[in-house]
Each structure stands twice: as C-alpha cells, then as structure tokens.
Design a protein around this ligand. Structure first.
Ligand code: SF4
Length: 375
C-alpha cells in the first residue's frame, strides 16, 4: 500500500502513523500536492464531514509582554507598530465577541499578552466570560488564552464558564530555547496539562516557518497527539518588522498545505485549525486548506488583520463547506476593509513571499480601538 493509502487507512482507524510516514508527507513533491490534500481530506471528512468551525479572537490586552518569544509582535522589546492597550473592560470585550458571533463564530477566544495571569487577571477575565455567557448562553464556546497557568486557575476559569484553554507548544522541545529564553517547553506542556486537569478542553498548536526542520514539525505534532489536545491551531509565522524573525518568509503555499496535511494525519480526529498567517502564506490556495483543516479564525488576528470576515464566509461556501452551528448571514459591510494581507495578485504561488512585498497589515480596528471589528 502506498504512503497516502496507508495514512488514510490509519486515519479512519485512528491508528497513529509512524514518524517516517509523517516525515514523508512533508517530503512529497508539488506534483503530489493534490493527492496529499485529497488523502488528508478523506480523514477530515470521516471525522468532521464538510463542517468548518469558526473561531473569533478577542485580544483583551495587547503588547507590552515581559516574555521574549521571538515570533511575537507583543514580546519584550518588540518594535512592531502594533496596538498596545491594557485590559479591555467586560463590555468592550463583549462588543468585540458579539461581532464575531454575528459573523458565524461558535467559539470566542479571549487572549491576553503576558507570562501568565494573576489571580486578579483571572477574576477580570471571569467577568468577561460571564458577560458572554449572559448574552449567548451555551450556544457559544469560550476559550481563554492567558499564558502560563498557576495551580487552581484552570478550575476557576472553568467555574466562571470557560470551555477551553489555549496554550501553544509552538515548536519541538529540541528547538524551544531557540525561540524563547524566558520560559521553556516544559512550562508550556505543563499548562496544557493543567488546563485539562482543571476541566477545560485543551487547545494547543504550533507555529511553522520559524526556521525549524521537518523533524521539529513532526515532533511537535506527535507531542500534541501525546498531550491528547482537543484542538490544534496551526499558525504560519507572520514575520512582523520589529521582531527577531522579521523577514523570515520561508513558507510556500504548497509547504503550508503539506504541514497541515501532516498534522491531520497525526492528529486524525482532532480539530485542526488554520490559524495566523493563513492569508499571507496560503494566499490563493486557502480554499484547499479547508479540505484538510476543519476550523479557521474568522476575521482579524491578535495584532494583524485577516481578510474580511465576509471573504472567509464566501470562501467556505464556494469550496462547498458549511459553517458549523447556525449558518449566519454574511456580516453587513462592503467586504473591502483592511485587506492588506492577501498578496498583490501576481502569480507567484510556488515561491516564498519576499519581505519587500506587501507588509503585514497591523491591526488598527476592533478591540482596543474606536473602529468596528472585522467579522
Ligand atoms: S507569545 Fe505570549 S508570552 Fe510570548 S511574547 Fe507573545 S504575548 Fe508574551
């Protein structure tokens, strides 16, 4: 049986692939790309049908982080010209969340920069969770992403009404110290475990395009499987100017699809989400990613702008998929706002993007601003 048939077979039986098989997916050629996507699509459809889950990010506190994660525009010493603000009030966060829910999101992700929350921070976020619960009941999932957890905090968030907690492993244990010196891989894995033990659904993912090897990507995918997380966001590095990884445009759309497929074959029945960097790295191949992943973020990211929420919904419909949960009407608006990330329209799908091209569009709307959010 050839590689892809074996991986589909294992995916349908929930038998893990071998490391060699996962590495072989990353080594496939562009000629084989559609076969890889089709095979991953069989596993995706077996567990998630044609549903796409929409998630919506609300950045509760932006920038000014004391940690030094090299990929992050909010890191210590970042010169990226991002929005910087402290905690949103519950009504401000609710207004942002409402926009995402109106756009079709079924999970709201409440994110704050920082090493980890104080107990007072957990209280603040609990107030925001309560406000979202009051407004939307059980129809919307709430995920918190507040950094490294201390004992007892996960349970308090659960009691407040949170459903899930996100904390990404980001890369392999072997290379973690290359991307961050202020905390380590074990700290991150420990927080994912604490989330589960506190009754929260663990969400943890990776960032591709930071100079890692295929082995690193396979390591982190298997580590996430081992941690038994419920959802895996796959980020593609957005190399902000003013951060150590500025100018690191390593990924091609084809490579991004192979990475997503590898994650699907390893984390077979786990929610796989195309996360940050979708527009800038997959570009015109974004719809193919829906055949592999079953979840995306709607609208903007934490500190950069995504494509208009309307374009996300149209892409899902055009590709023959359906939004999970109640299918929302496309949000009002002309659908043209803020599209600074989808490339310049020239044919260059098989090349890594060059830093001199269209710069990353720093988010200037939504949470923390006077302007309406993109959803
Ligand atoms: S990833 Fe989180 S902890 Fe690391 S610098 Fe960014 S906001 Fe801080």
């Amino acid at each position: 049986m050839d590689l892809l048939s074996t991986l589909v077979d294992k995916g349908l039986r929930l038998e893990p692939p071998t490391r060699a098989e996962a590495l072989a997916v990353l080594a496939t050629s562009d000629d084989e790309l559609l076969d890889v996507v089709a095979a991953a699509g069989k596993v995706r459809r077996a567990w998630f049908g044609r549903r796409v889950k929409l998630n919506y990010l609300v950045n509760l506190k932006s920038g000014l982080c004391p940690e030094d994660c090299s990929y992050c525009s909010q890191r210590l010493g970042s010169q990226a010209g991002i929005l910087k603000y402290t905690w949103l009030k519950p009504d401000e966060a609710l207004a942002a969340a409402n926009a995402g829910v109106a756009g079709g999101a079924r999970r709201v992700c409440l994110v704050a920069s920082g090493r980890g929350p104080t107990d007072r921070d957990v209280e603040r976020v609990s107030e925001t969770i309560a406000a979202i619960r009051d407004e939307h009941g059980a129809g919307v999932e709430v995920c918190a992403c507040l950094g490294l957890l201390s004992p007892g905090q996960a349970a308090r968030l659960r009691t407040a009404g949170a459903d899930a907690y996100n904390h990404n492993l980001n890369t392999s244990e072997a290379t973690y110290e290359d991307i961050c010196t202020t905390h380590d891989y074990a700290d991150r894995a420990d927080t994912v475990r604490q989330a589960r033990e506190g009754g929260l659904s663990p969400c943890s993912g990776l960032i591709a395009g930071m100079g890692e090897s295929d082995e690193d990507l396979v390591d982190v995918a298997f580590a996430l499987r081992e941690l038994d997380v419920d959802s895996v966001p796959v980020n593609f590095l957005i190399p902000f100017e003013g951060t150590p990884l500025a100018g690191q445009w390593d990924l091609t759309p084809q490579r991004a699809l192979r990475i997503l497929a590898m994650v699907r074959f390893v984390c077979q029945n786990t929610e796989v989400r195309v996360a940050g960097g979708r527009e800038v790295h997959l570009r015109t191949l974004q719809p193919l990613a829906l055949h592999v992943a079953n979840s995306i973020f709607l609208g903007d990211y934490l500190t950069s702008e995504g494509q208009p929420g309307r374009a996300d919904l149209e892409m899902i419909a055009d590709a023959g998929f359906e939004v999970e949960g109640a299918v929302a009407e496309p949000p009002a608006g002309d659908g043209t706002a803020g599209d600074g990330t989808a490339g310049d329209g020239t044919a260059r799908a098989n090349t890594a993007r060059e830093s001199a091209e269209v710069p990353v569009a720093v988010r200037r709307r939504g949470a923390g601003t006077e302007l309406p959010p993109n959803a």
